[in-house]
Design a protein around this ligand. Structure first.
Ligand SMILES: O=C(O)C(=O)C[C@]1(C(=O)O)C=C[C@@H](O)C=C1
Length: 286
C-alpha cells in the first residue's frame, strides 16, 4: 500500500522520476537540434507556430490526473522557447507603450526565458524591426484597440517578405501572469500553416460607405465567415477594413479570388496571416 512507503522511499521515487524526465528532455534537445539542421539556417523559418500548437493540443487532449493543464502548457512553452533558441538566432520585438503595459509579460509567457526580447514604444517600430529582419517576431497590440495606430495597413502589400500575423497571445489560455486579460498578435516573416483549428486576418480595400452588414454578406457569398470586424480606416477614395475570419486562408485561396472577381465592392484583398486558435478557459478546466 502506498501509505506504507516512508517519506524517504517516496522522495527516492521522485528523484528517479526527475532523472527520467531530465533524460528525456536532454534526448528531446538532441532531436530538435537535428530538426534545426534539416530545416536550414533561415531564422524566421525555424519557427513553426502551427506545429507548436499541434504539440500543445495533443498533450492537453491526452492529459489526465491532477496536475493543472495550465502548468503543463507553461512547462511546454518554456521547453519550446528553449529549443527555438538552440536552433538559431531568434529574437522578439515587443510593443511597450509604457511600463507595465502587459505585452512583455505575454511575450515572456509564450517564448520563455531564453529568447532576447526588446521593447519598442510604437507599433510601427515593431513592424519595421520585423520587416527589416532585426527581430524574428513582433508582439503587436490587438488592432481593434482605439488607442493604437492602424499598424496592419503597413502589412497590406503582396510582397512575400512582409511580416504576417502568425499567432494570437496568450495561446495557453487566459490567467494571472498572462497580461491580465490583455491580448496581442504576433507577427513574423513566415507563412502560417493550417492546424485544423485556425483563424485568419484579411485586409480589404472597398468603395467608401460600405456598411458592416454589406461587408458581411459579401464575405459570406465568397464562402468566408467573419468572426470579427476589427477596424476600418476611411479616406475619401476608399475604405480599408481588417476582418478576422474563421479557418485558414492561404494567400491565393480561391475564396479570396472570388471576393475580388466582381471588383465591387471589394477592390483588393490581402491575407495578413492567421493563427491557431488559442486555448480557452474551458479547454483548460477539468
Ligand atoms: O518541429 C519543428 O520544426 C521544430 O523545430 C521542433 C519544435 C519543438 O520543440 O518541438 C521547435 C520549434 C518549432 O517552432 C516547432 C517545434
Amino acid at each position: 500500500m502506498a501509505s506504507e512507503k516512508s517519506l524517504d522511499d517516496l522522495r527516492q521515487e521522485l528523484d528517479r522520476i526527475d532523472d527520467a524526465l531530465h533524460d528525456l528532455l536532454m534526448r528531446r534537445t538532441e532531436v530538435v537540434v537535428q530538426v534545426g539542421a534539416v530545416k536550414g539556417i533561415d531564422n524566421a523559418a525555424l519557427l513553426r507556430p502551427g506545429r507548436e500548437a499541434e504539440i500543445l493540443r495533443r498533450l492537453v487532449s491526452r492529459h489526465h490526473g491532477r496536475f493543472p493543464k495550465v502548468s503543463l502548457l507553461r512547462i511546454w512553452r518554456e521547453i519550446i522557447g528553449g529549443m527555438i533558441g538552440l536552433q538559431g538566432d531568434v529574437s522578439v520585438a515587443v510593443y511597450m507603450p509604457d511600463r507595465g503595459a502587459g505585452y512583455l509579460e505575454l511575450a515572456r509567457d509564450h517564448f520563455g526565458v531564453v529568447l532576447p526580447i526588446t521593447p519598442f514604444r510604437s507599433a510601427g517600430q515593431v513592424t519595421r524591426t520585423v520587416a527589416e529582419g532585426s527581430a524574428t517576431v513582433g508582439i503587436m497590440p490587438m488592432p481593434d484597440r482605439e488607442d493604437v495606430e492602424a499598424w496592419w495597413i503597413s502589412l497590406m502589400g503582396d510582397s512575400p517578405d512582409l511580416p504576417r500575423i502568425i499567432a494570437r497571445l496568450p495561446f495557453s489560455g487566459p490567467g494571472p501572469g498572462r497580461g491580465d486579460g490583455l491580448e496581442a498578435l504576433a507577427i513574423g516573416r513566415l507563412a502560417p500553416e493550417p492546424t485544423g483549428y485556425d483563424r485568419s486576418w484579411l485586409a480589404l480595400e472597398t468603395a467608401p460607405d460600405i456598411s458592416r452588414a454589406r461587408l458581411r454578406s459579401v464575405l459570406s457569398a465568397a464562402g468566408i465567415e467573419p468572426t470579427m470586424l476589427a477596424a476600418t480606416q476611411r479616406t475619401e477614395e476608399n475604405w480599408l477594413h481588417l476582418v478576422e475570419v474563421s479557418g485558414h486562408l492561404g494567400a491565393d485561396d480561391r475564396r479570396i479570388r472570388r471576393l475580388v472577381e466582381l471588383k465591387q465592392p471589394v477592390f483588393h484583398a490581402v491575407v495578413l496571416g492567421g493563427y491557431p486558435v488559442p486555448f480557452s478557459q474551458e479547454d483548460l478546466t477539468d
